[in-house]
Design a protein around this ligand. Structure first.
Ligand SMILES: [Zn+2]
Length: 211
């Protein structure tokens, strides 16, 4: 399914306020009755939704997939918004390091192939998120991602993790080759919210809309 990918910016307000979500959907001419949002838990669970789910919030999942004309959304503020499209389906994931570690990428590929889509047809876009210029990590994460040695960078006695590269490697090694990564770092880009930079829970809405 052809789809457009969107992300709100600071000027749209923080998406932890429902009224800002409503305003953003209006601004983007998205029918609220077709919009499905995931209420996140930093896990790996993904729900397949259909037109009956339009206008609802799905609790306890970090990803949504649909073959209907539903518009899907997750909130992010440094975590990776992962937009997926294939021949007949679209999906969106909220993938922070916890979800990546827990296997949300593998789960998404499993779910979308279960409904008949082919890995070769998947197109993935990793949207604005905190990048290795700013994602400093400590030993605990070095340990957790020890299988991804080549995704760490050392600068000035500090260690930085390239989570986008981790996600890409997971996709590639599971047969998904078409992966694009946004150059926008949420910490660097003043128009975006960053949890690390702002130390506040303000977030953006990432949306995938079938067209
Ligand atoms: Zn940065």
């Amino acid at each position: 399914m052809k789809a457009i990918t969107l992300i709100s910016e600071k000027e749209d307000g923080s998406m932890n306020k429902v009224e800002n979500i409503t305003d953003y959907l209006n601004k983007k001419k998205i029918d609220p009755d077709k919009f499905v949002r995931a209420e996140l838990i930093h896990g790996k669970k993904i729900e397949i939704v259909n037109s009956h789910d339009g206008g609802t919030v799905i609790n306890g999942v970090d990803g949504l997939i649909t073959t209907s004309d539903c518009v899907l959304g997750v909130t992010v503020a440094d975590c990776l918004p992962v937009y997926i499209s294939s021949k007949r389906a679209v999906g969106i994931l909220h993938a922070g390091w916890k979800s990546l570690k827990r296997g949300i990428i593998e789960e998404a590929i499993g779910k979308i192939t279960e409904i008949g889509e082919r890995k070769e047809d998947l197109e993935v876009f990793i949207g604005p998120s905190i990048q290795s210029c700013h994602f400093e990590v400590k030993d605990d994460l070095v340990e957790k991602f020890s299988d991804y040695d080549n995704c760490f960078e050392n600068r000035d006695d500090k260690i930085y993790l390239n989570l986008q590269k981790v996600a890409k490697e997971k996709l590639n090694s599971n047969g998904v080759k078409n992966v694009k990564i946004s150059k926008r770092c949420t910490y660097c880009d003043d128009r975006l919210f960053s949890y690390r930079r702002d130390r506040k829970i303000n977030n953006m809405l990432a949306v995938i809309k079938p067209i």
